[in-house]
Ligand binder design. Structure first.
Ligand SMILES: *[C@@H]1O[C@H](CO)[C@@H](O)[C@H](O)[C@H]1NC(C)=O
Ligand SMILES: *[C@@H]1O[C@H](CO)[C@@H](O)[C@H](O)[C@H]1NC(C)=O
Length: 154
């Protein structure tokens, strides 16, 4: 599985030196045409690199591909157009956790009328491994990884 993920990352154009990839945004696919108010399909397959029961993700839209996250694992203020929310993916067949939402199957594009036709926008997912979930366990901080797919303004 690790190997498969690396190969996909290589195909996606990441260099071997890049940080370990997050999971995969399987929908929307790259190049999807978007317009204000459109609902587009969403699906993310988590990496779950520290083997947790539940994987928190956040979903974002921005006009440049994110290059980094802030200290709380979010796209820094002023670098995104829309925050689509915080969701928990259940792993190993676990059902939804009370009080948390599972990821949506679609997202609605906000007002992007200020962007001209052909302009690329980026849908990104940040995946979190919780504090103490990754080695060495005790005292380990949360870890964050992110991935993006480019969309095109209609
Ligand atoms: C990180 O970014 C989010 C969203 O932009 C913001 O709400 C939060 O305050 C930021 N956290 C830090 C530590 O700057
Ligand atoms: C969009 O996603 C929401 C939340 O997952 C769901 O309730 C709704 O039925 C979906 N709509 C379509 C058209 O798939």
């Amino acid at each position: 599985m690790r190997f498969a993920v690396s190969v996909l990352a290589a195909l996606a154009g990441f260099s071997a030196a890049a940080a370990t990839p997050a999971g995969l945004i399987t929908e929307p696919v790259a190049g999807t045409s978007i317009s204000t108010g459109a609902s587009i399909p969403f699906n993310y397959v988590d990496s779950n690199w520290c083997n947790e029961g539940y994987t928190p993700i956040t979903i974002w839209l921005s006009d440049s591909a994110p290059t980094g996250l802030n200290a709380t694992g979010q796209l820094p203020e002023g670098t995104y157009i829309e925050y689509f929310g915080y969701y928990l993916i259940g792993n190993y067949g676990l059902g939804p956790l009370p009080g948390y939402s599972v990821p949506p199957t679609n997202v609605t594009i906000p007002d992007i009328s200020g962007y001209s036709s052909g302009f690329p926008l980026f849908l990104s997912v940040v995946e979190t491994a919780g504090p103490e979930s990754c080695p060495p366990g005790n005292g380990a901080p949360a870890q964050y990884r992110f991935t993006s797919v480019s969309l095109v303004v209609a």
